[in-house]
Design a protein around this ligand. Structure first.
Ligand code: DCT
Ligand code: MG
Length: 508
């Protein structure tokens, strides 16, 4: 076997590439040891090859930069089997190490599935036949689903945590956050909607052609997608990440109790680090911010599912001590199946007397305080009025009684050892939200508190497509001029004429 050649890396560069990170996969990242892929650059181009290489490596595939006799699968685009063989002959590869010759559609499906998929006739490149031969349809020209059916509303899409487009959605999440920090609502929404629709796709965007027919991708968004496809990163995202204002806001808002107004103030005053803020004598902090600083390290380290489950047991114990018939449901990201969260959210409701209900959260706080399980709490009384129309604002706060607190989770309450708990650490501060709702409102409250972008689009859908108003308390039909009752989330979806979407499909 001749030494590998590099002559096939023909120069077709449009601009300098920043591929440093792209070639960084180390051998321990390889999940499929028996498979050695080589991607042919001919008719594909340098940047697309590099992009596919990066995606495949991220999924654990071994992709070689050079052709060698260890290569088991050669992937090509817009080449017939004969084209690839011809090219191989020029490379003088030995017949004994004849690898599989496959169309790029096979690799794309593998990337999508996160594992090698079966090679079928549609993937195998046929030798001695014309590329346009009807028995060999060649590369998939469109993604494997009918993209024209994707709705502009997240509530009409199923979005699991299996995100095939993280490389793009990470970028748009950062751009959206930056717009939020700059209070540029329109751009924030544009980027959030782009990230949201990309999270719902059952395939990875590999070329601009794949974006055709997908809603919520305007020209600005498409420009960014194209740049990422070509260069592996977006220059705009890069400059946001290096931006002092973005970095400072990100840091300041990571403190419990610090929002945009306070961040703006501290930034204008010239602060760039938390230690400088903390030691500044002239600043006054709210009780919430003081707690935020006090337990900062614990609160920025995310809550794991095991920690959330341990908290759940303690919440149920306490609630049932006072209201044995109460329903306690973990909501928020954990109900959507997330493995990590910034807090743990619970919805509590009881078919019993309203008087007992009103006292419940205060009783739980008193109990935990006595047991030394409470580091901070803020009990917000209900402002709920029975006849109030649902709020038209998609992100209006609800009127239920609730408690924002910091729980002191003792180590012995954890079932298993958690990697984030260092030796000797006996407790961890965990942010918990408890929400108490009237029994007849529980379906609306549960839907609202299960959250994500999904919930906001559900309200938008109700307003624009059904002439209804939905919020965390109720659903109002403007045409019939009446409230629509619901005992379950399924009934709310049915009132809205929507297919039911499970909580774990609401990660929009
Ligand atoms: N929510 C709401 N009204 C509020 C606050 C929250 O309706 N005043 C909803 C929206 C999302 C859900 O409750 C949970 O909120 P978060 O905990 O902020 O979001 P999350 O999805 O649970 O994410 P994380 O994993 O970061 O906690
Ligand atoms: Mg949460």
């Amino acid at each position: 076997m001749d030494p590998p050649r590099t002559s096939h890396l023909s120069p077709r560069k449009k601009r300098p590439r920043q591929m440093g990170a792209l070639m960084a996969s180390s051998p321990q990242d390889i999940k499929f040891q028996d498979l050695v892929v080589f991607i042919l650059e001919k008719k594909m181009g340098t940047s697309r090859r590099a992009f596919l290489t990066e995606l495949a490596r991220r999924k654990g595939f071994r992709v070689e930069n050079e052709l060698s006799d260890s290569v088991t699968h050669i992937v090509a685009e817009n080449n017939s089997g004969s084209d690839v063989l011809e090219w191989l002959q020029v490379q003088k590869i030995q017949a004994s190490s004849q690898p599989e010759l496959l169309d790029v559609s096979w690799l794309i499906e593998c990337i999508g599935a996160g594992k090698p998929v079966e090679m079928t006739g549609k993937h195998q490149l046929v030798v001695g036949r014309d590329y346009s031969d009807s028995t060999n349809p060649g590369p998939l020209k469109t993604p494997p689903i009918a993209v024209q059916k994707i709705s502009q509303y997240a509530c009409q899409r199923r979005t699991t945590l299996n995100n095939f487009n993280q490389i793009f959605t990470d970028a748009f999440d950062i751009l959206a956050e930056n717009c939020e920090f700059r209070e540029n609502e329109d751009s924030c929404l544009t980027f959030m909607r782009a990230a949201s629709v990309l999270k719902s796709l059952p395939f990875t965007i590999i070329s601009m052609k794949d974006t055709e027919g997908i809603p919520c991708l305007g020209s600005k968004v498409k420009g960014i997608i194209e740049e990422i496809i070509e260069d592996g990163e977006s220059s705009e995202v890069k400059s946001v990440l290096n931006d002092e204002r973005y970095q400072s806001f990100k840091l300041f808002t990571s403190v419990f109790g610090v929002g945009l107004k306070t961040s703006e103030k501290w930034f204008r005053m010239g602060f760039r680090t938390l230690s400088k803020v903390r030691s500044e004598k002239s600043l006054t902090f709210t009780r919430m911010q003081r707690a935020g600083f006090l337990y900062y390290e614990d609160l920025v380290s995310c809550v794991t599912r095991a920690e959330a489950e341990a908290v759940s047991v303690l919440v149920k114990e306490a609630v049932w001590a006072f209201l044995p018939d109460a329903f306690v449901t973990m909501t928020g990201g954990f109900r959507r199946g997330k493995k990590m969260g910034h807090d743990v959210d619970f919805l509590i409701t009881s078919p019993g007397s309203t008087e007992d209900e009103e006292q419940l959260l205060q009783k739980v706080m008193n109990l935990w305080e006595k047991k030394g399980l409470l580091l901070y709490y803020d009990l917000v009384e209900s402002t709920f009025e029975k006849l109030r129309l649902p709020s038209r604002k998609v992100d209006a706060l609800d009127h239920f009684q609730k408690c924002f607190l910091i729980f002191k989770l003792p180590r012995q309450r954890l079932d298993s050892d958690q990697p984030s708990w260092q030796e000797g650490k006996t407790w961890k501060a965990i942010r918990v939200d408890l929400v108490m709702c009237p029994y007849e409102r529980r379906a609306f409250a549960l839907l609202g508190w299960t959250g994500s972008r999904f919930e906001r689009d559900l309200r938008r859908y109700a307003t624009h497509e059904r002439k209804m108003i939905l919020d965390n308390h109720a659903l109002y039909d403007k045409t019939k001029r009446m409230f629509l009752k619901a005992e379950s989330e399924e009934e709310i979806f049915a009132h809205l004429g929507l297919d039911y979407i499970e909580p774990w499909e609401r990660n929009a």
